[in-house]
Every structure is written in structure tokens, then in C-alpha cells.
Design a protein around this ligand. Structure first.
Ligand SMILES: Nc1ncnc2c1ncn2[C@@H]1O[C@H](COP(=O)(O)OP(=O)(O)OP(=O)(O)O)[C@@H](O)[C@H]1O
Length: 368
């Protein structure tokens, strides 16, 4: 109970500072409270008492429900499982970060609810769900033509540098992957799920005690040694880009060793001068070979083993936006990793320490 009270107090502090009076204007919403808190009762009514019929997704921390607000606005409510202990940290993290950032290619947080053991996040509703629902579904993948895929790749490449360089707080997402790219009615992408996001390290990279993310998208230096930097997001973006081109998952253990790891498979084809064999068969011949070739090369540049050789996200966006960019030859992609280095968990200079020591976290730590 004490912890929940602290979290609530903490969230209240964050959400009312510094724009208590701006919220309605910012979100164009007419919720019953002037801040971001939405009552449990309102969400119960909006989701038909969290009816099974309203379930639109299931994530690692709980179910996602579709809801309808009294003003007619459609919403998505992410309800954290009450027994989800790590979820409390991710929850506070997500609310804090999302309440401060606005971008066309990032999902908008409309509000949150903390009542009793219930913790919920309320987002704008994206009618086309997530990219993975299209990409890895044989029947739906054909509705993603190359122009749409390229537009999605570019949109994500616009959203990440906003997080890295332009947002009020510089942020690492840490979990860029197809299921975290939501699609609006016109299939424009919005990056979601900031549960694992962290403030950008002030130095080039820092160590993280808790290595979290998704297998198959994690940069090897992060998975194995806990080194975290903007280039870990770049690595994940590269994997995502190769998935968008190929319609294949980053890791597919049903395939032979040579084919299971997408980045290595793409690299082998690239070196053999057969990179177009990577293209999703669902695209048939309906794609621009120059544009696809450029994207494969950019994807491979992002996945390089040598961290310093990976481009930053702003450069990637520039490369995708210009035909005349001369791309470097990509080096070897990050190898597969199997275990995390044990010393990582005991590291003193942790990103979590850095995060806690920042003034914005002091109210959370007090009394917890
Ligand atoms: N704002 C939204 N609008 C529409 N659908 C959504 C929205 N948010 C989430 N969903 C759907 O709910 C699913 C689960 O989302 P969630 O972010 O909880 O988990 P995830 O990213 O798939 O997995 P994990 O949390 O384990 O990384 C998504 O894949 C998507 O299909």
C-alpha cells in the first residue's frame, strides 16, 4: 500500500508539473479531470467493464482494451496485471516519459489511472494494431506494398531521433520491434511501449544492471555486457528494417542455422551479390529495386558489430530521404549471443543509478 501511495504521489507530481493548465489543450480531450488522471469508473464504462470483447491485445505486462470515451473518442487502455511487480516501475517510467513528449510518429498518451491495485495507461487508439500483425501474417502481408513499408520505415526513423535528440528529455527506447510499431488508419507508424525506455546516458554509453528488451532485436554489446547507448536503438531499428523488407522474423528457430538469424542471413546474401533474394515474396515484383537495395544496405549498417560504425538515427533518416546519399559498405553484423555477462548485474555505474539520482526521480525514491 505504501509503495502504491508513493507511486500515486509521484505520478501526480509528474503529471501536474509543469503544465497543469495545458493538458486539455494539448490532447484536445474533455476528460472529467483537468490533469492526466482518469477515474477507474470512467474506464470501466468506456471498456464495457473490461469486457473480453474489448480486448485488442496482450503484452508482457497485461491486456490492452479498446474503449470509447463519453466524448466519442476511441482509446486503448493498457491494464497492468495486478501481480506484475516489474510493471510498477515500467508503468511509472512510461507515464513520466510519454507525458513529456509529442511527435507524429510516437503514440500519444492520453492519461492514466491508479486506483487501488489497478494501474492503467490510456492511449490514443490506433485502428490497425501493430506492424507485426501485418508483416508476419501471410494473408495480411500482401496489403503492405513497398511504398507503405518504406513509409513505415521512414516514419519510425523520424520518431527515434526525436527521442534521442529533440525530446525535452533525451530518451533511449530499448525495445524497438515490430509489435511496438502501431499503425493508424492510413498505416502511418507510431512507436509505442515506453515501458523499458530510459534517459539517454550523458556519456556515449553506460552500463545497465537490468538487461531487458526483446531477443532478436538486442544489440550484442547490450545483451552480453549491458552497454547501452543510442546505438543499441539503432541496432534494433536495423533488425526492424530487415524484417520490413523480408517479412521474416529477426530470429526464426524453425529455419536452418544459416537462415535463422535474419541479420546474418541478409549479410550472407549481400556479400554474395544476391541481396534481393531477401525481399518478401508477398511483394512479388512490385518494388523499386534501388529503394529496396538501399534499405537492405542501411539495415546492415545499423546492425554492424562495431558500435561506432553504426550510423546515428538522424543520418539514417537522411539516407532514407535522399536518393543521392552514398552509403558506406556495411561491416559484419553483430553476432548471436547466448548469455549475459554476470558482472553486468553488479555494475556500480548503472544507468538505473543515473536515473534515480536525477532530480525527477527523487520524489519516487523518497519514502519508498
Ligand atoms: N494504442 C493502441 N491502439 C491499438 N492497439 C494497441 C494499442 N496499444 C497496443 N495495442 C495492441 O495490443 C498489443 C499488445 O500491446 P503491448 O504494448 O501491451 O505489448 P507488446 O508490445 O505486444 O508486448 P510486450 O509488452 O511484451 O513488449 C499490441 O501488439 C497491439 O496489437
Amino acid at each position: 500500500m505504501g509503495l502504491l501511495r508513493t507511486i500515486r504521489r509521484y505520478l501526480y507530481g509528474i503529471l501536474n508539473y509543469p503544465r497543469r493548465n495545458e493538458v486539455g489543450g494539448n490532447f484536445g480531450m474533455s476528460f472529467e479531470t483537468p490533469d492526466l488522471f482518469i477515474s477507474l469508473r470512467t474506464l470501466q464504462v468506456a471498456t464495457n467493464f473490461f469486457s473480453k470483447k474489448n480486448v485488442i491485445g496482450q503484452g508482457g505486462f497485461g491486456r490492452v482494451y479498446k474503449g470509447l470515451m463519453p466524448n466519442g473518442q476511441e482509446i486503448a487502455v493498457k491494464k497492468l496485471s495486478s501481480n506484475s511487480t516489474p510493471g510498477v516501475i515500467e508503468f511509472t517510467n512510461e507515464v513520466k516519459l510519454l507525458s513529456e513528449i509529442r511527435h507524429l510518429n510516437l503514440v500519444t498518451l492520453l492519461g492514466c489511472c491508479v486506483e487501488g491495485s489497478d494501474k492503467m495507461l490510456v492511449y490514443e487508439y490506433l485502428p490497425n494494431k501493430s506492424l507485426d500483425c501485418f508483416l508476419f501474417d501471410k494473408e495480411k502481408s500482401s496489403s503492405l506494398d513497398w511504398t507503405t513499408r518504406f513509409n513505415i520505415a521512414k516514419g519510425v526513423a523520424r520518431g527515434i531521433p526525436y527521442l534521442h535528440e529533440e525530446a525535452p528529455m533525451k530518451i533511449l527506447h530499448r525495445d524497438i520491434k515490430a509489435s511496438n510499431i502501431l499503425l493508424d488508419e492510413s498505416l502511418n507508424p507510431k512507436i509505442s511501449d515506453f515501458g523499458l525506455a530510459r534517459l539517454c546516458p550523458e556519456e556515449d554509453s553506460l552500463m545497465s544492471t537490468r538487461v531487458s528488451g526483446t531477443h532478436g532485436y538486442m544489440a550484442p554489446e547490450y545483451a552480453m555486457h549491458g552497454y547501452l547507448s543510442v546505438k543499441t536503438d539503432v541496432f534494433s531499428y536495423g533488425i526492424l528494417l530487415l524484417e520490413i523488407i523480408s517479412g521474416r522474423r529477426s530470429l526464426d528457430r524453425r529455419l536452418s542455422t544459416d537462415h535463422a538469424d535474419l541479420a546474418n542471413f541478409a549479410w550472407t546474401l549481400y556479400q554474395a551479390g544476391k541481396m534481393l533474394e531477401l525481399v518478401d515474396p508477398a511483394l512479388g515484383d512490385h518494388y523499386n529495386t534501388d529503394s529496396v537495395g538501399m534499405c537492405i544496405q542501411i539495415g546492415l549498417l545499423c546492425c554492424q558489430q562495431t558500435v561506432a560504425d553504426r550510423p546515428d538515427m538522424n543520418s539514417i533518416h537522411l539516407m532514407l530521404s535522399s536518393d543521392s546519399f552514398t552509403l558506406l559498405e556495411p561491416g559484419k553484423p553483430g553476432g548471436r549471443w547466448t548469455s549475459m555477462k554476470s558482472g553486468v548485474r553488479n555494475s556500480i555505474n548503472t544507468l538505473e543509478d543515473h536515473f534515480r539520482n536525477s532530480s525527477s526521480f527523487s520524489s519516487f525514491d523518497e519514502g519508498s
